[in-house]
Design a protein around this ligand. Sequence first.
Ligand code: 13P
Length: 282
Amino acid sequence: MLVTLNEILEPAVKGGYAVIAPDFLNASMLSYYLEVAEKYQTPVIASYPPLPVDRLRNFDRWTGVLRSRCDSAKVPVCLHLDHGKDPQTCFRAIKAGFTSVMIDASIYEFEQNLEQTRQVVKEAKKHGVSVEAEIGHVGAYRFGIESSTTDNLLTDPDEAGSFAERSGIDALAVSIGTQHGQYKGKPDIDFKRLQALQDRVRIPLVLHGGSGTGDENIRKTIKGGIRKINVFTDIIKPYLKATLNGLKPWHIKNRKMHQQEAVERILKSYFEVSGSLGRGSI
Ligand code: 13P
């Protein structure tokens, strides 16, 4: 069942768990995610990277296909645009039928970030679409996000509080030490900062760069108020390995099965650690 980000996060806020937001690159990845979500009765935020929004000529039609696949799932599914790099990209996704968009203007100064975010919120509200934005900046190490710089800029709790109130967004991505892609060293999460953010911000907090953060850290961030966790690298690595293995002649007919197994193994473990496993009955 297709739902908005607001609708999927509301029970997570009440239940004290986080919903997993895995990025998908193609229809089969989406199908695998939905199959795993249905098998374990778990809500999921199917996240689409921003690049195809600009490049696909049939983006509206393609979105229709994604929407109907998500809508026929027997668990709540949010169709979310990840890291929309400017308001125009978000407008396209809203018009095409996404139920949630992220505007990522986090590389800009506060006022410019706020201005771009407000433009998106105004348009999204007309269509009943949810909006996520980011303040501070989650950096990237070997990760293909255009709007991402490599360095982390940790989120200031007062700025975050004011940004959430003035922008009208539904969820706020914060930078507390996680990183997109592979970590350069060990993850060093600033839990004190997270506590201050939880005290100051009234809307659900989002953790980007979930991969490699570790179960213990993830559990602590959820205690600290994180309600959406983005994960990509930990899924794409085993998925690609399974895909490449499947190219060997003696594996070809099992390729799909290997891909499914790889996705199930990692996604199930994230469902478990996030506390969302089994929370998707509709
Ligand atoms: P990871 O690849 O580090 O899990 O980050 C994913 C992400 O935050 C997508 O927005």
